[in-house]
Design a protein. Structure first.
Length: 325
């Protein structure tokens, strides 16, 4: 059977670093509070004019180089993002232009922090239908543009960045084994960003105070842990793979306490959970592909390894993907 396998990974982060000490000068917070509650030390912040599509294209170039492909080899580009440069066109079309990927069609997926996992699942369906396709899958965000910088409840959490991978069909037993996605729109008010100008604003009059991320932190925490655990167990059961056989879990990098709770509930040793959120904060759809690229380049992923990705985000959306690398 033809499976979808990853043949190249890449990532790109803005050069500018915003530390917890920098935030202490901006809002009433402390390095100690941020570190113990979130695990975050630094985050990267895009400079003015450094758009999501530019970070996405840089990550894509690194992934193309690893895959030894050129942009014109690509058939399709999917970008998971909630911070596209513009409402129209899609971020993916801007990436296509930037790369000169003239043979690819391109579109975005809006699934918040689950955007990369959703995009991978979709790419898998295309590859199953046409194994020769070469697809660029990206998660990219500039959440700093949608952060209320005087709200200490949220401004300490987020960062900017992009990660990418190139996927195609492969014979044999390697590749994506199982994926499962979920959504629950009835809970959207626990985590949302009001930025849809065509919405009937009358409905939201009292709470419409700008296009910033709004969040009920404690509720998000609770759902994130439970939902990711459920998604992971679903794909493992489907493939009859034990959690003990997993070489590395690469979860959405939201918060260290969410990741530790998840590890505990799954019964996974801490060292099997990949963590880089101390460096970059929560980069939404970009967090998994950035972590995947770092783990790949650090030699943490080897051929034949079972690798699990899991995500949770606004919508709510969540899901998990199981690979044999
Ligand atoms: N610095 C100092 N104090 C703060 C800060 C801050 N940055 N932020 C909040 N506080 C204060 C609050 O005002 C509150 O003070 P009060 O008791 O006087 O009212 C106190 O700290 C405790 O606030 P809580 O909200 O109870 O803090 P909690 O322990 O729940 O931690 C946090 C907050 C980190 C947001 C937590 O709820 C969490 O991790 N939630 C998960 C949300 C998340 O990760 N969201 C990311 C987006 S969603 C996703 O990616 C899955």
């Amino acid at each position: 059977m033809n499976r979808m396998m990853v043949i190249g990974t890449g990532s790109a982060l803005p050069a500018r670093v915003l530390s917890n000490e920098d935030l202490e000068k901006m809002v009433d917070t402390s390095d100690e509070w941020i570190t113990t509650r979130t695990g975050i030390k630094n985050r990267r912040i895009a400079r003015l004019g450094e758009e999501t599509s530019m970070l996405a294209a840089s990550a894509a170039r690194n992934a193309l180089a690893m895959a030894r492909l050129s942009a014109t080899d690509l058939d399709m580009i999917i970008v998971g993002t909630i911070t596209s440069d513009m409402g129209m066109p899609s971020c993916a079309c801007l990436v296509q232009k930037e790369l000169g990927a003239t043979n690819a069609f391109a579109f975005d997926i809006n699934a918040a922090c689950s955007g990369f996992v959703y995009s991978l699942d979709l790419a898998d369906k295309y590859v199953k239908a046409d194994p020769g396709l070469k697809i660029l899958v990206i998660g990219a965000e500039t959440l700093s543009t949608r952060t209320k910088w005087d709200d200490r409840n949220t401004c300490v959490l987020f960062g900017d960045g992009a990660g990418a991978c190139i996927v195609t069909g492969a014979a044999g037993n390697q590749g994506l084994l199982a994926s499962k996605l979920f959504s629950d729109g009835s809970l959207y008010k626990l985590l949302y960003m009001d930025s849809a100008p065509s919405m009937n604003k009358e409905l939201f009059r009292t709470e419409n105070d700008g296009s910033y991320i709004k969040m009920a932190g404690k509720d998000v925490f609770k759902y994130a842990v439970r939902c990711m655990e459920g998604a992971v167990m679903t794909v493992l059961e489907r493939e009859q793979v034990s959690i003990q056989d997993i070489a590395l879990v690469i979860p959405h990098q939201a918060n260290i306490r969410i990741l530790k709770s998840l590890a505990e509930r799954l019964g996974v040793a801490d060292e099997k959970i990949y963590i880089n959120l101390h460096k970059y904060g929560n980069t939404s759809a970009a967090s998994i592909p950035i972590a995947l690229d770092e783990a790949n380049r650090e030699g943490r992923i080897n051929p034949g390894d079972f690798i699990l990705l899991c995500a949770f985000g606004g919508g709510f959306t969540w899901g998990a993907v199981l690979f044999r690398w």
